[in-house]
Structure formats: structure tokens, C-alpha cells
Design a protein around this ligand. Structure first.
Ligand code: ATP
Ligand code: MG
Length: 434
């Protein structure tokens, strides 16, 4: 039985190593050219009319085939970046290592990439001592381009003119089976780029797919390779994961695959906070919900929630030691950010938002005189209020306070005046004791 299982895995590996084109016609893929954005359609047609191959590729095709709305549209073409520039007037080249062209329509940007070459021992490819590709910039054929993509469902090329899907690695079959399969030998592909392990988790959570056995198997043993990935790239990938609309599911799967401990400090922070656990879980649920409702989500807000409990602990400790409330809070914020900076790669540009959201929190407890009115006027009120709701939901703050603020915003001026809580008398000094 084990032998037959191994044979099956090997066969699957073989099947995945060599591209074999299947052209999927309109009646079996069910995609409509209308689903493609006007900009992506125009770019594709212009390139095709110029004598080049050009297709919509990657996430957009995958998402449309499973009935999800694509985030954006990417085009892959046989034209070189210079040739793309010549055909599409409003475009610019970005990226130095591997040039990509951004084609610009009035409200949309489409990324146009030239087919990339096969993975081979090539002068244009370099790896580090762990086998990670550090340079990879040769142009190639469409077959080679398909082979160097990560998952079979990400290697589908849609031609909106002929209305057909080009499928080199049985991606459509995997899509129907709701299965995520790595192209080629999974272990080798993870070695070349360990971030693919995180992508495997993100896509399987987002699409609700099972990972293929051979795709999943090497992850646990190879997890450590993530340690050699540049921090900024990891940060970008974790951010994508947190903003995927399926953050909670992703975190659960990372844990199941053994992909978090000591590899991803940002995730250790999420998973290893016994006190903040409920708060963070609620924050991620809230983020997921907002994304599914197509409401904006700010990374600064999200990081503010991830770091809130460390701030809160330090703040309380300082107050207990006799420091005054507000100065103690500001010191706690600065110290927490400083301590985290050494471990996490949260860029400094988010500091200002986080500090503002945190420092407004105590002001929700002041509900007398002019103070609530001033808070309402604060440019960051909305974010601070949403943050306060999460605190109340997780049981950290009395619900009476969060309900009060919800009502206070909704009623008119007179009712607001009536809602104010009586001014607390300044405490008399007790020094008169003899
Ligand atoms: P989404 O944008 O919805 O997160 P996507 O599939 O479009 O998903 P991108 O990161 O935008 O993902 O990449 C576009 C395409 O480029 C992918 O579909 C895949 O074919 C290829 N790709 C991206 N990153 C890698 C990688 N690390 N290794 C191999 N192929 C990749
Ligand atoms: Mg994409």
C-alpha cells in the first residue's frame, strides 16, 4: 500500500515536471471576456495586434474560475519590456532586476511581465548557500514561464480574444478538485524560494483548498529555510496573509504546518499572547469581515491591535509603580515599539498611527464637560473608536462605555449635552490629616 502511495506521488511529481498544454475552450471554462477589466483587455489586444503573445495570467484567472472577484489583473507576454513600452504609450518600466511594465489606464494599472526563462544552471541565475534563488532574470518561452510559477492553479493563461484558457499543468483539474499543487518538485521549489511555503498556506486558506500531499509533505522539515529570507520580504508576505480576508484561517493553518515558531516574530506575537489572545482573535475576525465587505483596512490599525497588550501590560506596571497615567502610557508605547523593533520588521512609518490610536484610548473614559466633543472632532477619532470597540468586545473595557460612545455619535447636540456624565470633583488633598 505504501509502495503504491509512493508510486502515485512520484507519478504526480512526473506529471508536474513537464508542461503539457491543454486548451480549455469557452464551454468548459465558463469564463466570460466581460469579466476582464477594460484596461487588461486593451493591453492584451494591443500586444497581440503587435504580433506578440499576450494573456491574462495568475491570480485573476484563478479567482475568476472559482467565482471570486480578482484583486487586480496581470498580463504575461512574449514582448520584451522595451517592446511593451513601444506599443503602449502610457506605461513605465519598474524594477531593475526583472523589469516589469506598468500599463496605465485612467483608474487602473496593469502589470505586464515578459515570459520568464526556465530554472536552469544559468549565468543569470544565482542561489545562496541554502539553494535560494537570489537572481533569476532571463526571458523565456510561455512553457518555461508556466513552469516557474508556483502552483498549477496560478499557471493558467487566459486569452480574452479567443476566449480560451491555456493550461500547462492541469491547473483546471486541480481547481475543480479544490486542490493546491506545486509545480515541479515541491522540496526543490521551496528551497529556491521558501516564501512559497507561506504562499501555500495563504492560498489554501483563501481558496478553501486542500494542499496536495506532495506539496504539503516537505513544509514541516523545511520551515527553517524561512530564516534566510530577507526580513522585508517576510514582512510583505505576512501582511498579505493578514490582509487576505482569511487571516484567522491562515493563522490556524500556519500553526498546523509548524510554520510559526521563531520563524515569524510577528506571528509569535499573535499566537503567544495568552492575555491578548481574545482581543487579537477578535481583531483578526474584524479585519477579515471588513475585507470581505470591501471596507478599507489600515495596516497601522492592525499592528496597533497586535501590540496593544504588551503596551497595556507595561502601562499598568508603570502606574502600579506610581507613575502618572498619561506619561506612563507614552513611555509604555515608546518602550514597546523599541523592544519590538529589534524583533519584528514593522516599518517605522506605521509608528505615528499606532501611537495616535493608543494615546486616544484613555480619553474614551472621560465623558464630562467639553472633552467628549473634542475627542469626536479628532481626525483619528474613527480609528480610535473602532479600536475601543474591540477592547470592549474582548472584555477589557466596560460595555457601558462603548455603548455610550456609539449612542453619543448618533444623537443630536441637545441629547449629547444630556448624556454627559457629571464632572468628577477634583479630589481634595488629604494632607490635612494631622
Ligand atoms: P493574489 O494577488 O490574489 O495574492 P496572485 O496569484 O496574483 O495572488 P501574486 O503574488 O500577485 O499572486 O503573483 C502573481 C503570479 O506570479 C502568481 O499567480 C504566480 O503565478 C507567480 N508567482 C508569484 N510569486 C511567486 C513565487 N514566489 N514563486 C513562483 N511564482 C510566483
Ligand atoms: Mg496578483
Amino acid at each position: 500500500m505504501i509502495a503504491s502511495f509512493i508510486k502515485k506521488v512520484l507519478r504526480r511529481g512526473a506529471r508536474n515536471a513537464v508542461p503539457r498544454l491543454r486548451i480549455v475552450p469557452a464551454e468548459s471554462h465558463g469564463l466570460s471576456p466581460d469579466a476582464i477589466s477594460a484596461c487588461a483587455t486593451r493591453v492584451t489586444k494591443t500586444l497581440q495586434n503587435g504580433g506578440f503573445k499576450a494573456y491574462i495570467v495568475g491570480g485573476a484567472v484563478r479567482d475568476l474560475l472559482v467565482g471570486k472577484e480578482p484583486k487586480d489583473f496581470d498580463v504575461a507576454t512574449s514582448a520584451t519590456p522595451d517592446q511593451v513600452r513601444q506599443l503602449i504609450r502610457r506605461s513605465r518600466v519598474i524594477g531593475r532586476r526583472f523589469q516589469i511594465v506598468h500599463a496605465i489606464c485612467h483608474d487602473e494599472v496593469v502589470e505586464v511581465t515578459t515570459f520568464r526563462g526556465a530554472n536552469s544552471e544559468d549565468a543569470n541565475q544565482q542561489t545562496d548557500e541554502h539553494g535560494r534563488l537570489t537572481r533569476d532574470n532571463v526571458f523565456g518561452t510561455i512553457e518555461e514561464d508556466a513552469a516557474r510559477r508556483d502552483f498549477t492553479v496560478n499557471a493558467l493563461y487566459y486569452d480574452p480574444v479567443r476566449n480560451e484558457v491555456l493550461d500547462y499543468f492541469d491547473g483546471v483539474a486541480d481547481l475543480r478538485a479544490r486542490r493546491l499543487t506545486m509545480i515541479g518538485d515541491p522540496a526543490q521549489r521551496y528551497r529556491e524560494d521558501p516564501v512559497r511555503m507561506l504562499r501555500a498556506v495563504r492560498f489554501s486558506a483563501k481558496l478553501g483548498f486542500e494542499m496536495d500531499t506532495a506539496t504539503r509533505a516537505p513544509i514541516r522539515d523545511m520551515a527553517d529555510l524561512l530564516l534566510h529570507v530577507p526580513e522585508s520580504r517576510l514582512f510583505d508576505e505576512i501582511l498579505k496573509l493578514l490582509l487576505s480576508g482569511h487571516a484567522n484561517a491562515c493563522i490556524g493553518r500556519l500553526r498546523a504546518e509548524g510554520l510559526h515558531h521563531d520563524l515569524l516574530p510577528l506571528l509569535d506575537l499573535i499566537l503567544d499572547q495568552p492575555q491578548g489572545e481574545r482581543f487579537i482573535r477578535q481583531s483578526l475576525e474584524n479585519t477579515d469581515r471588513r475585507i470581505l465587505e470591501e471596507k478599507p483596512v489600515s495596516p497601522g490599525f492592525l499592528f496597533a491591535t497586535l501590540l496593544w497588550h504588551p503596551v497595556l501590560d507595561d502601562w499598568k506596571r508603570r502606574q502600579a509603580a506610581g507613575e502618572r497615567s498619561m506619561p506612563a502610557l507614552f513611555t509604555a508605547m515608546a518602550e514597546t515599539l523599541e523592544a519590538q523593533r529589534r524583533k519584528l520588521a514593522i516599518p517605522r512609518r506605521y509608528d505615528a498611527v499606532m501611537k495616535e490610536i493608543w494615546s486616544l484610548q484613555p480619553r474614551f473614559e472621560q465623558r464630562s464637560g467639553q472633552r467628549p466633543f473634542r475627542l469626536l472632532e479628532h481626525p483619528r477619532f474613527r480609528a480610535a473608536y473602532d479600536f475601543m470597540l474591540l477592547r470592549a468586545d474582548s472584555g477589557e473595557l466596560a460595555e457601558e462605555i462603548s455603548d455610550w460612545w456609539t449612542d453619543f455619535q448618533q444623537v443630536g447636540q441637545e441629547e449629547r449635552e444630556a448624556m454627559l456624565v457629571a464632572e468628577e470633583r477634583p479630589r481634595r488633598s488629604r494632607r490635612r490629616r494631622r
